[in-house]
Write a protein that binds this ligand. Structure first.
Ligand code: FMN
Length: 200
């Protein structure tokens, strides 16, 4: 069995440019021998965190929906790829709500000092962030990157690398830029290679 990778798609477009980029990274990680599970955040049924704070004392969330199964799944992986377009200078609201619901992990780790991720997994978990923006300004990923970094901290993942593609308003279709898709494949494969060496 290969190293386990979760590939999280934050765009509502399941075949859009972000999805194309993610699919290439998935293909790379698969070619490195990893088992990759893709999660399309916008197809999940869940609500935003309501600050009930049940998770202050319990290893669970009071809200029962599609996030319930995610908490178990997220203990177990070795690597994560988050792919997202920039929206309003951050990440899409749905993906942000998904991340906010990991308050369950935050409370366990920072408030009770009992991380939900097992010690042996915490040592090697790495994450790759694939970002796409319409605009071509240097600071366009600042907000999104801070959010992804915070999410990685909360779920015990080291920020390993990123691929940030600006100017999609000009590029329009990523299929016209095979070198960028190739870079996503390469990063996915390299991440997979590192994890395969560590885990197997
Ligand atoms: C609601 C919305 C808000 C957006 N906000 C920004 C923004 O603040 N900055 C930016 O550079 N691009 C912004 N964009 C452009 C997207 O990042 C860009 O179109 C991206 O390629 C979409 O990727 P997708 O087709 O995979 O979803 C926005 C797009 C949408 C739909």
């Amino acid at each position: 069995m290969g190293a386990k990778i979760i590939a999280l798609l934050g765009s509502p477009l399941l075949s859009g440019n972000t999805a194309k980029l993610l699919d290439e990274a998935i293909r790379g990680a698969g070619d490195a021998g990893c088992d990759v599970e893709k999660i399309e955040v916008t197809t999940l049924k869940f609500r935003a965190c309501r600050e009930i704070f049940y998770c202050r004392e319990q290893e669970a969330c009071a809200m029962k929906d599609d996030m319930t199964g995610m908490y178990e799944k997220f203990r177990d992986f070795d690597g994560i790829i988050v792919a997202s377009p920039v929206m309003t200078m951050g990440i899409p609201g749905r993906l942000k709500s998904f991340m906010d619901r990991f308050q369950v992990y935050f409370m366990a780790k920072y408030m009770r000092g009992k991380p939900l991720v097992p010690e042996e997994k915490r040592k090697h978990r790495i994450g790759l962030y694939l970002g796409i923006s319409g605009m071509n300004v240097p600071y366009v990923f600042d907000g999104a990157k801070l959010t992804v970094q915070a999410f990685f901290h909360i779920i015990d993942v080291k920020y390993w690398d990123d691929l940030l593609i600006r100017d999609m308003d000009t590029i329009q279709d990523l299929s016209t830029r095979p070198e960028l898709l190739g870079e996503a494949y390469r990063k996915g494969k390299e991440m997979g290679r590192i994890l395969q060496e560590t885990v197997t």
